[in-house]
Design a protein around this ligand. Structure first.
Ligand code: GLN
Length: 540
């Protein structure tokens, strides 16, 4: 069978869950026995997501092969239960970079190289390369942003050109939004109609409209959308808010998503709907709760608090908690408020069953994180440190247990006498050359686990592989000093002898990793470290 392509575009506004919708469509097709993959197109000029501020753009997700990409790629991996490669992510910047490089190499053989058709052609080349390499039955292509934006026009053009070349092999899904203004008290379809007109003016007619709204779509509105957007009523799918994103595939199916898609392509399901997913996520409304505090700094923009910067951490917590029959309550704790003075014994932190200090960069909020870690260590609150969180845990220990008060990371204090965290020589070179983009220690590296440790007990195997994104490392000169005081270095990268995991014996759960375990947690397969962390949080 030749690969089928499903383009997913957004209308009306961003942030209505286009990534999760794309991932959910993929999940449904996978449930029926198809090989599915997904591509994310980001309209930014940034060559990858590594240089984007997480408050503005959300989490930077990292693939096994070290691509720094949009958080939606994380959704694809979680929903499709698969590893996505760097080929599946592109930005405007990366596409232009390739075309310009090819032009410099005379690969256009003296032709005038033009925005149209050469940019969309490069986009198509990349999408078809994904199909070839993965041998996918379906490639979903999510175009970032909303229709009508100047920035994603060339990607819509690529979709239009693909449809022309493969009329039976390409469909378009529009994820729209239907507001219910409070003053009006009625769900409005007009913005969706405008979005479809805009899509039409790009030469594209949607095959399916996903009607995102706070409520299910009713019949009159379904008919209206059908009539004015020139689409069969059965192809308008209701996508109301749900309690858990993992229920979305189940919801889409209720409205016949797979039937409509397969009909459009003249196909039949390979087998019955895989029940595993539905069984696990029909109900996530557990009575028992586990309360987790995430201590970070990428939360607020103006008057709003966003949690997107740590989306994989949140999902990993959910996977573990759900599998243990608990509903996670996740709170954002701004580390800056602990900067001054010590965390008091009656601190709000006492209310948490577990505390996570996730990844981060730079000075802001660091002293607060160190104080929170000290509090968790002394008060035996289950603690999980991720990347920067591990570096801070090492600093806290050297400062407060080994008595080296000025211990620090050279990321913040280059002149500290006790550089517990320091930069690798090759990274120093990158920094000196201002070679910042895509140059961190990125992607999957091996880690050997020490027998008899909590890490080993969690993974139940001696060799693991986890994903990284950092420039600084634990300084092995401090190993012996810390070991004497009870720190256990339970995971080491064998190739470079780098510390990857540290843990404390005399604590119910105190573990920190240089890598990001959250990137590999899957809803049907929670990450072992998150599982142990949540187990011990539940116990507390
Ligand atoms: N800032 C730290 C480093 O670069 C940690 C990075 C992170 O938490 N992802 O090493």
């Amino acid at each position: 069978m030749s690969t089928k392509y499903i383009f997913v575009t957004g209308g009306v506004m961003s942030g209505v869950g286009k990534g999760v919708a794309t991932a959910s469509i993929g999940r449904i097709l996978k449930n029926y026995g198809f090989n599915v993959t997904a591509v994310k197109i980001d309209p930014y000029v940034n060559v990858d997501a590594g240089t984007m501020n997480p408050i503005e753009h959300g989490e930077v997700f990292v693939t096994d092969d070290g691509m720094e990409c949009d958080q939606d790629v994380g959704n694809y991996e979680r929903f499709l239960d698969t590893n996505i490669s760097r080929d599946n992510y592109m930005t405007t910047g990366s596409v232009y970079l390739t075309v310009i490089q090819k032009e410099r190499n005379l690969e256009y053989e003296g032709k005038c190289v033009e925005v149209v058709p050469h940019i969309p052609e490069e986009v198509i080349r990349r999408i078809e390369r994904v199909a070839r390499k993965t041998k996918a039955d379906f490639v979903l292509i999510e175009i970032g942003g909303t229709v009508g934006e100047y920035q994603n026009m060339l990607f819509l053009e690529a979709g239009r050109m693909m449809k022309l070349a493969k009329p039976d092999g390409v469909i378009f899904v529009l994820v729209s939004y239907l507001p219910i203004p409070r003053m009006v008290g009625e769900m409005k379809t007009k913005p969706t109609q405008y979005a479809v007109r805009t899509l039409n003016s790009a030469g594209i007619q949607p095959d399916i409209i996903l009607a995102r709204a706070s409520q299910p779509l009713d019949e009159p509105r379904k008919k209206k959308i059908s009539m004015f957007c020139n689409i069969l009523p059965e192809s308008v799918i209701s996508a109301p808010d749900v309690k858990s994103i993992y229920q979305i595939p189940i919801n889409f199916e209720k409205d016949g998503m797979s039937r409509i898609i397969l009909k459009k392509f003249g196909m039949r399901p390979r087998h019955k709907n895989g029940m595993k997913w539905n069984k696990a996520f029909t109900n996530t409304d557990f009575e028992k709760e586990v309360k987790i505090g995430i201590v970070g700094k990428y939360f607020s923009t103006g008057a709003f608090t966003l949690s997107d910067s740590y989306i994989s951490v949140i999902e990993a917590i959910k996977h573990a908690a759900y599998s243990l029959g608990h509903r996670p309550i996740i709170d954002w704790i701004n580390s800056e408020k602990f900067e001054k003075g010590s965390v008091k014994e009656n601190s709000e932190l006492k209310n948490y069953d577990g505390i996570i200090v996730p990844g981060g960069f730079g000075t802001r909020g660091v002293e607060g994180k160190i104080k929170v870690i000290e509090y968790a260590r002394k008060n035996k609150i289950p603690f999980l440190g991720l990347c920067y969180g591990m570096q801070m845990a090492a600093i806290e220990f050297v400062r407060n247990v080994c008595g080296k008060r000025d211990a620090h990371t050279t990321e913040i204090n280059q002149n500290t006498k006790n550089p517990v965290i320091h930069i690798l020589p090759e990274q120093l070179e990158n920094m000196e050359k201002k070679n910042y983009g895509g140059s961190m220690r990125l992607g999957a590296y091996n880690c050997e686990l020490k027998r008899g440790t909590k890490a080993y007990a969690a993974y139940k195997q001696p060799l693991i592989s986890e994903r990284h994104r950092h420039r600084y490392e634990f300084n092995n000169d401090y190993k012996e000093m810390m070991e004497k005081k009870g720190m256990i270095f339970s995971g080491i990268n064998p190739e470079k002898n780098l510390v990857e995991i540290l843990e404390l014996k005399s604590h119910p759960f105190f573990m920190a990793t240089q890598f990001h375990p959250e990137f590999k947690s899957k809803p049907l397969n929670p990450h072992p470290l998150f599982l142990e962390f949540i187990k011990s949080a539940i116990k507390k």
